[in-house]
Design a protein around this ligand. Structure first.
Ligand code: GUN
Length: 286
């Protein structure tokens, strides 16, 4: 049986540290960091993510405002709000929960957020910074994955890492972070031929495909480290589940993360970390 790496425990430890950090920052700068989250519509997954972010802010002491907008909000209305927040000196971080309703162009929204307040690390300037190894905000989930691996001292240099999924939010940025740590990285996806033969090569397998219980035992090498980034509903039970069939894979892996309690809590914790980092830069620039 693999060792289960608890992102939840690691997140708890990091949040304890950040609580104290925020107290010290308030003494130094006269106010706390502030994160504004914009939620358009009532997509149940988004509502749940946003509530997790609000809870984390309260726990750590970050000032939080959630702007809830109706699902028929226009792009122009949303861009106006972002412009106001960009120019509000009391706001350090802005996050628009994705996906957005059809009438709103997501790229236009991502591009409109001031890169220095872009706590998601989705703005093209921050994406370029990641790919050029320049200072910028690193996306939360990829950052959380590296922290989870480092928390149990998984060696990365020289290892074969297979990332299943090529999204802007997870697959692409985590591949770059693993490359920066000298892993040999393969990005696999829905059109990869004979996927199992590719994933079976992985010393570190990162599943970010968004397909419930997709990764089975026959796709995993003996002793591999398996990181599950999926957040899905089990079609049979309706319960939250990952991209990895945990019960099926757990005896083959050396280390594994679970859903829930794995990468998810670390994503939100890294969002808090990014907010604090943006706040410090903001204050230092004044
Ligand atoms: N939707 C799913 N994941 C994310 C995320 O990390 N950030 C934002 N803004 N929206 C998301």
């Amino acid at each position: 049986m693999a060792i289960v790496i608890s992102g939840k425990d690691l997140a708890h430890e990091k949040r304890e540290y950040m609580k104290n950090q925020v107290v010290e920052l308030e003494k130094k700068y006269g106010r706390k960091p502030k994160l504004v989250v914009i939620l358009v519509g009532d997509n149940p997954a988004s509502v749940s993510y946003v509530s997790g972010k609000e809870k984390a802010c309260i726990e750590i002491g970050i000032t939080n405002e959630t702007i809830r907008l109706s699902s028929d909000t226009t792009e122009e209305e949303l861009l106006k709000i972002i412009d106001r927040l960009n120019n509000d000196s009391q706001v350090d971080g802005i996050l628009t929960q994705l996906p957005l309703p059809k009438q709103i162009n997501e790229d236009a929204v991502i591009n409109a957020i001031n890169p220095e307040k872009d706590v998601d690390g989705f703005h093209p300037q921050n994406v370029a910074a990641l790919f050029l190894k320049q200072p910028g905000t690193t996306p939360c989930t990829p950052k959380g994955i590296l922290e989870v691996l480092d928390s149990v001292n998984i060696p990365i240099e020289g290892k074969k890492c297979v990332v299943v999924g090529r999204s802007n939010i997870v697959g692409l940025p985590v591949s770059k972070l693993m490359l920066d740590r000298n892993a040999t990285v393969t990005i696999a996806h829905s059109r990869t031929k004979d996927l199992a033969s590719v994933t079976k090569e992985a010393d570190i397998l990162i599943a970010a495909v968004g397909k419930p219980l997709f990764i089975k035992e026959n796709m995993v090498k003996d002793g591999a480290v398996v990181i599950d980034v999926g957040v899905n509903r089990n079609p049979e039970t309706g319960k939250l589940c990952g991209d990895v069939d945990f019960e099926n894979v757990k005896d083959k892996a050396s280390y594994i993360t679970k859903v829930p309690g794995g990468i998810g809590p670390m994503t939100i914790t890294c969002l808090m970390e990014n907010t604090i980092e943006c706040f410090i830069k903001h204050m230092e620039e004044k």
